[in-house]
Design a protein around this ligand. Structure first.
Ligand SMILES: Nc1ncnc2c1ncn2[C@@H]1O[C@H](COP(=O)(O)OP(=O)(O)O)[C@@H](O)[C@H]1O
Ligand SMILES: [Mg+2]
Length: 345
């Protein structure tokens, strides 16, 4: 049995144990389709530190999953292409690494949980077999040891009667339990970064809360960096440290979670916040943002949010798109009128 993967990993040229876990810098991804070029990710930057949860928040179609796919190296290509930027793991640009090393980093250091556990698990193998395979393949463990680790993992994600359930097939688990299996698979090789793409969207509200609590707990225990992708602002309040709000392929606001909730500085963020269902207003109309996000092959000039914005002025309809203004030492917003939005003037 060999577990020298970590040793090899340390030999990565440029690896800096003190560098941030994950830094995405000016990432650009485009899809070359028959209808034109869709700039799905258009200069996105953010980072994730150990023990930190960064939420990527935005409506459907704004480039969240594509960002995650680019980091994981699972972009659908063609038609998708990374056309610029860097994806640094502890200071090493994954996009410049030889394929084999890149694969190793991704297998061992960065793991991902998908929205749809049923399609991410293989229906013809027991969950125990699928978990054990990870240890056999990446750690060279014996069948028996690997199976024992699989049971430990199911215990870790609090699946009752793990010893028996390890022999069950994915379809024998409920949606919530299946998502726990997904989390177990993601944690199997002790990743430093966990990417969770809408991990609870398919579940009912109570189960959603349980899964989020479990994720947060495991993250704290292991001091992992968590990149939590969601369209649901209600989900991030309790777990996120920092939030990057995405719109039409760009980050339009970046701030700590308390600042975002107290004084959003971009009209889009403000709209999202007002759209959170509130128990005390049950039955009332949600003030969801009017209209739809732009089609990415046809992004409007100036600020891409301008057709939906209640603060819009002429300058917002003209190129260039608003820069990310410094709102305070640790937050930015890409709105010409951020002071007004935030309530400063
Ligand atoms: N396989 C694909 N082929 C063509 N375009 C794609 C593909 N996947 C994503 N896109 C484009 O990228 C945009 C962003 O998609 P995605 O990142 O999945 O959005 P979301 O924020 O909902 O996760 C889509 O609106 C679409 O324009
Ligand atoms: Mg998505």
């Amino acid at each position: 049995m060999t577990t020298d993967v970590n040793v090899k990993m340390d030999a990565l040229p440029g690896l800096d144990p003190n560098a941030l876990l994950l830094q995405v810098k000016n990432l650009q991804v485009e899809f070359r389709t028959r209808n034109g070029i869709a700039k799905a990710v258009n200069g996105v930057s953010f980072d994730v530190a150990p023990g930190q949860t960064r939420a990527i928040l935005g409506e459907s179609g704004c480039g969240k999953s594509v960002t995650a796919q680019a980091i994981m190296g699972i972009l659908d290509s063609p038609p998708g292409f990374i056309t610029g930027g860097e994806i640094l793991y502890r200071g090493v640009d994954l996009l410049k690494l030889p394929e084999e090393q890149r694969r190793k980093v991704r297998a061992n250091k960065i793991a991902m949980i998908f929205q749809d556990a049923l399609s991410a698990l293989n229906p013809v193998f027991t969950v125990g077999f699928q978990l054990a395979e990870l240890y056999r393949k990446h750690r060279g463990m014996s069948r028996k040891d690997a199976k024992a680790r699989a049971v430990e993992l199911l215990d870790l994600v609090r699946i009752p009667a793990a010893k028996q359930r390890v022999n069950d097939y994915p379809h024998q688990f409920s949606g919530g339990m299946r998502q726990r299996v997904m989390i177990a698979m993601a944690l199997a090789l002790d990743p430093e970064v966990l990417i969770a793409d809408e991990p609870t969207t398919a579940l009912d509200v109570t189960v959603q809360a349980q899964i989020m609590a479990l994720l947060a707990e495991l993250q704290q225990e292991r001091n992992m960096g968590l990149l939590l992708i969601t369209h649901d602002m209600g989900v991030v309040a309790d777990v996120a440290d920092r939030i990057s709000v995405m719109y039409a392929g760009r980050v339009i606001e970046e701030a700590g979670v308390d600042d975002i909730y107290a004084t959003p500085a971009h009209p889009y963020t403000k709209g999202l916040l007002e759209s959170i269902p509130r128990l005390d207003l049950k039955g009332q109309e949600l003030s969801a943002i009017k209209g739809l996000p732009p089609v990415l092959t046809n992004i409007p000039p100036g600020c891409s949010f301008n057709p939906r914005c209640r603060y819009v002025q002429d300058v917002c309809r003209k190129d260039p798109a608003p820069q990310l203004y410094t709102v305070s030492s640790d937050r930015t917003a890409a709105c010409h009128f951020w002071k007004e939005v935030k309530g400063d003037e």
